[in-house]
Design a protein around this ligand. Structure first.
Ligand SMILES: [Zn+2]
Length: 118
């Protein structure tokens, strides 16, 4: 399951703006506790370059259930017309190794078409 869906489901539940980002994903039994906020900009240099600066203070928290994730995936397919598993690429990551880097295989959900299931 993709973190993207947890983040966007949390954003939708909190009615947060598009800049809202999740920084904590905690799996609790079969649901998730998601915490995030609108970053206070990004690091301009150093090892964390490009990563969001979270600043002080807690984020907003929300609970995301498996149903929320399903709903989010359906919403993604309805709005983009793309496959929920491969995000339209037709490929899903199989694994990673030092020798080969990331390896991919044909997306089993859409059969490489990248299109949302009808
Ligand atoms: Zn696919």
């Amino acid at each position: 399951m993709h973190m993207n869906y947890l983040e966007s489901a949390a954003r939708r539940k909190l009615k947060a703006s598009p800049e809202w980002r999740a920084f904590k994903f905690e799996a609790i039994e079969d649901w998730y506790l998601i915490e995030g906020k609108i970053p206070e900009g990004a690091y301009a240099s150093g090892p964390r370059k490009g990563q969001p600066k979270w600043g002080a203070g807690d984020g907003q928290k929300t609970i995301i259930t498996a149903e929320d994730v399903d709903e989010e995936m359906e919403l993604y397919e309805r709005t983009t017309g793309l496959c929920r598993d491969c995000f339209g690429s037709g490929k899903v990551m199989l694994g990673w190794s030092k020798e080969k880097g990331k390896t991919f295989r044909r997306c089993p959900r859409c059969g490489e078409s990248g299109k949302a299931a009808k």
